[in-house]
Write a new protein. Structure first.
Ligand code: DC
Length: 237
């Protein structure tokens, strides 16, 4: 059980891992099965990057240091259905473009940016605990089990070969961008993972007490079943 402040403690499941490993899909499916709230921390970094790209004055480029002052009026909220709101306006798309993905990875290396993103995650969990609106939360990202919620009830770290991850990402993005090639996706993934793993603050790595699952040869359902078995204490179907 996880206890933030007050109210009945809720379960908190941390699911970390690199890009393209399928974290979002399995986290979402597991949250549905358990009736838990699902929060993707990557969406918070993506929203911050998008906001800076579109609102910073003077204009901000991802190669520059993040302009934290530009984030002063920034308020992000992810509702129960997973829809994201920036300053109370619904955010439809633009978060998964190549430019925004790269910008999110670049800004996430800065401690001040991470502090702000961590705060959004902790506030969300605290609100759910206070409202007792869900009996648990699934948080997905890179550093949930190591930094944001090191006392999470259950921790998983998903891995898969670079080839498999690139193919999964390629399939996801192909419809939106028919000009995309598998080689380009693999290269972008490698660059971002390298940055996420080597940064000084909260690098991508498995918590010592996380269960590591190599998903290369597993279907989404098999991964969810395995996590569900662990969380619920039941035998894996
Ligand atoms: O999970 P994602 O691909 O949507 O995340 C986008 C970027 O955000 C990723 O390149 C690294 C960063 N990120 C992070 O640093 N820490 C997290 N907990 C989640 C994402």
């Amino acid at each position: 059980m996880f206890h933030v402040k007050q109210g009945k403690p809720i379960n908190l499941i941390a699911i970390d891992g690199p890009g393209g490993v399928g974290k979002s899909s399995v986290s979402h499916a597991l949250a549905e099965r358990l009736g838990y709230y699902f929060l993707s921390s990557g969406m918070i970094y993506r929203a911050m990057a998008w906001y800076m790209l579109h609102n910073a004055q003077p204009r901000w480029s991802p190669q520059d240091e993040p302009n934290l002052a530009a984030l002063d009026p920034f308020h992000v909220r992810i509702d129960a259905s997973g829809s994201l709101w920036i300053n109370d306006a619904p955010m439809a798309d633009g978060l998964h473009t190549e430019e925004n993905s790269k910008a999110a990875s670049l800004i996430s290396a800065y401690p001040d940016v991470r502090e702000r993103a961590d705060q959004v995650q902790r506030d969300t969990v605290r609100r759910i605990e206070e409202e007792q609106s869900y009996s648990g939360v699934i948080l997905e990202g890179r550093d949930i089990g190591t930094v944001v919620f090191p006392a999470a009830t259950h921790k998983f770290f998903l891995t898969a070969s670079e080839e498999v991850r690139a193919e999964r990402r390629f399939k996801e993005q192909q419809a939106d961008d028919p000009a995309l090639t598998l080689a380009a996706v693999r290269e972008a993934l490698r660059e971002r993972d390298g940055r996420d793993e080597s940064r000084d603050v909260a690098p991508l790595k498995a918590a010592p007490d996380a269960e590591v699952i190599d998903t290369s040869q597993l279907s989404q359902e098999q991964v969810v079943n395995r996590m569900w078995a662990k969380v619920s204490g039941a035998a894996s179907p």
